[in-house]
Design a protein around this ligand. Structure first.
Ligand code: KG4
Ligand code: ZN
Length: 340
């Protein structure tokens, strides 16, 4: 039988990525990052769209070439429909639709958040990845979203709780900015935390009932703490950088783990996964592994390279949608906001 070959395209934020999945196995995943935002302390939407425009053709070309796949062999093109930056999404979606139209193949619209959740299903050739059993809970932690998903099947999932203000990644990035770290601060805090004392400082946090999260209180308390400390000692941040990073990271992780434990307790589900950019965090990965022993959970942790934005997760989600015949029309438009 003819193999099912999905070309996946991701362009929701500042990385242009294309991936090829053949019969559910990832063949290539090509990324082009954007350095243009470095001086601005965050992603500048207009610059991001322009950079996607420059990168998309070479990135797709390279992905197909590296996979050894000819254009006419592609079964369908999956693209990120949202949520994300509208201009960035438009570049990926317009390219995907034009590419599919020229080859007379279907397009598949993928929710970026569903892509993150299904990153746990990315299989590389010759490698046996243990994929989650259903139902499982997935803590989805990215730069824009923080939510606990109950996943019944690949394409059937519901949100049990989510942040009412900032996302966990935003908490890392905004607190890091206060410390003078460049954007995105999450990976740098992770690195600094390795040398710091997580119990050196405590920060107050807001508490919300149930399975929802709130990170804005922590951000404010971190900001005030540093403002007061800097009045006493202008060199405070430099002297205590690692301890600040470790203490902040510990607080964010304990807030995430507390709700994840509650969700597991309330649902009785013991298959637990994490996904999204913050799932790259060493402390969170460790916390989940130790919870496995303490709570009797079976845990699923994706490869670091598939936690942050990538087209492999879009291609694999596209593959499952292809099997269900879930195609999009040429009139499908990207959406900046798109709940899961
Ligand atoms: O999923 P993602 O690549 O993009 C969104 O969909 O938002 O997530 C990006 C977020 C950023 O906030 C970044 O600081 C955070 O993930 N992040 C990390 C780490 N790597 C990326 N946060 C903590 N520790 C890390 N190692
Ligand atoms: Zn993402």
């Amino acid at each position: 039988m003819k193999p099912v070959i999905i070309l996946g395209i991701e362009s929701s934020c500042d990385d242009t990525s294309a991936a090829v999945v053949r019969d559910g196995v990832l063949i290539t995943n090509i990324m082009a990052g954007q350095e243009v935002h470095g001086d601005y302390g965050g992603v500048v939407p207009e610059l991001a769209s322009r950079a996607h425009q420059q990168h998309i053709v070479p990135v797709v070309h390279q992905a197909l070439k590296k996979a050894g796949v000819a254009k006419k062999e592609v079964s369908a093109v999956a693209f990120t429909q949202g949520p994300g930056l509208l201009g960035s999404l438009m570049v990926g979606s317009t390219f995907a639709k034009a590419f599919a139209l020229s080859l007379d193949i279907p397009v598949i619209a993928v929710n970026h958040l569903m892509g993150h959740v299904l990153s746990l299903f990315i299989q590389e050739p010759g490698e046996h990845t243990t994929v989650p059993q259903f139902p499982y809970l997935c803590l989805l932690v990215s730069g824009g979203h923080t939510q606990i998903m109950l996943v019944q099947e690949q394409l059937r999932m519901k949100t049990l709780g989510k942040t009412i203000d900032d996302a966990a990644g935003e908490a890392f990035d905004k607190c890091g900015k206060v410390m003078g770290l460049p954007y995105p601060a999450g990976p740098l805090i992770d690195k600094l935390a390795l040398q710091g004392d997580p119990d050196r400082f405590t920060f107050s946090r807001s508490r919300v009932p149930g399975l929802d999260f709130s990170f804005s209180g922590l951000k404010t308390s971190f900001l005030y703490f540093l403002r007061d400390a800097l009045k006493e000692d202008p060199g405070f941040i430099v002297k205590h950088q690692s301890d600040l990073a470790a203490s902040l990271q510990k607080t964010i992780i304990s807030m995430l783990m507390e709700k994840l434990r509650l969700a597991a307790y309330e649902t009785g589900i013991k298959n637990i996964g994490i996904a999204g950019g913050v799932a790259a965090n060493s402390g969170l990965r460790e916390a989940l592994s130790s919870a496995a022993g303490q709570e009797g959970w079976k845990v699923f942790i994706p490869h670091r390279r598939y936690t942050t934005d990538n087209a492999a997760m879009i291609a694999i989600t596209g593959y499952y949608k292809y099997l269900e015949g879930d195609f999009a029309g040429q009139d499908t438009v990207p959406m900046a906001r798109m709940p899961l």
